[in-house]
Design a protein around this ligand. Sequence first.
Ligand code: ZN
Ligand code: ZN
Length: 402
Amino acid sequence: MEWRDKNDNFVLEQVLKLGDSDNVHRLLDSGCPVDVNIFIQASNALDQYSGQDGKEIMIKLATLLARQRSLSASDLAKPGPMSASQSSYTSEYDNLYKFSSLTSGVAECLWRAGFRDIAVETNGQIPLWEHVIHLKKNIKESIDLISWFAEKGAKLDSVHLKFQAAPAHLLIRRLADAALRLRNQFEGIELWLEFPFVMDIILMPTQDECNCHCSPGGCTPLICAIQEAVRNSERSLWSDYADTVTQESMEHNRFLDEALDSIYKIAEGNKQSRPWIAGSTLRGLTFSALNLTHTCCYKVGSYANGYNLEDFLTQEDIYDIHFSESRDIKFLDSLVDEFERKWEQYKSTLSDFIKEVWKPRMNGRVSKSSEMNDIEELKGIIEAGVVLHPLGPEGSADEAIF
Ligand SMILES: [Zn+2]
Ligand SMILES: [Zn+2]
């Protein structure tokens, strides 16, 4: 049997695209050579096949690949100089769990064929990162795949050296951002909170290694969702979508309110068992209302794809920001203590608490604080000998933040 047609194209490649499962099996059974690329192409062509047919093809392909890998591994073990094909051995199979069209079903075929390298790092990233960064259009497929990785032992809480966050944090941040800003790009995004796997992550107190006063000791996945919900912008920070505004402002505001309501409900439902949830929610809201600067993984979306190193804050940058905001950071701490105390005694819902206790306190504070800032600034300017002209009403400082 010829493996290539007269134009030097792989016959198997062509047949796979046609959705002709009988011929695919015939080729594979006759010893047609396969490689990682063919495997990826087959998984891209799966919608041409019925579920069962597709599964059988992928299992056969994965088994052939595994056989081939053990042959090249025994080749590798032979003494003598390495051939070019031997040295490319590692990189070829490293891509198996990383390619973008991987689904939990295809991953399972690889696993059953004996490929266990779900934790192999390429460029400092395990394959799971790839799938958290590049969410699939169909959210259920993404969540199925990510939970498959977790079931097989991939670590959702291992912190990335550059991002400072772990896959758990990035996943929740991505889902919240997509639900708030990219609803018509992702299917089923309104349902993400209903997946038990996702809810389990939100309830995890696992902290990343960020250094930011929005979440002392590191962000939790929940605080990542809060950061997204209080970031009052219609634009996604994910570089792929940074230029896309996919919804009307009115709609956007409604989504923000809904998101915060869901977070309040989670906090309320866990008031006794996980008091930290309400605590971090109140801190996240207060941090944002005081207009403090995030030094955490907040902006991860704008550099996750291309590793824009200039976007990463250095330890020195972080120190400078914390130093220049130290007065407000102290105030944040005392406000959060106050809110947590009041919330513990509070008898109604968290959303009532926000309306009746948090907002009035924050609005009162912000106007006073800006007045004070203005007065201090004025004193400084007068001391410097500058002549001032009266400001118009736009200079007024008592604008409330909400
Ligand atoms: Zn932060
Ligand atoms: Zn973080």
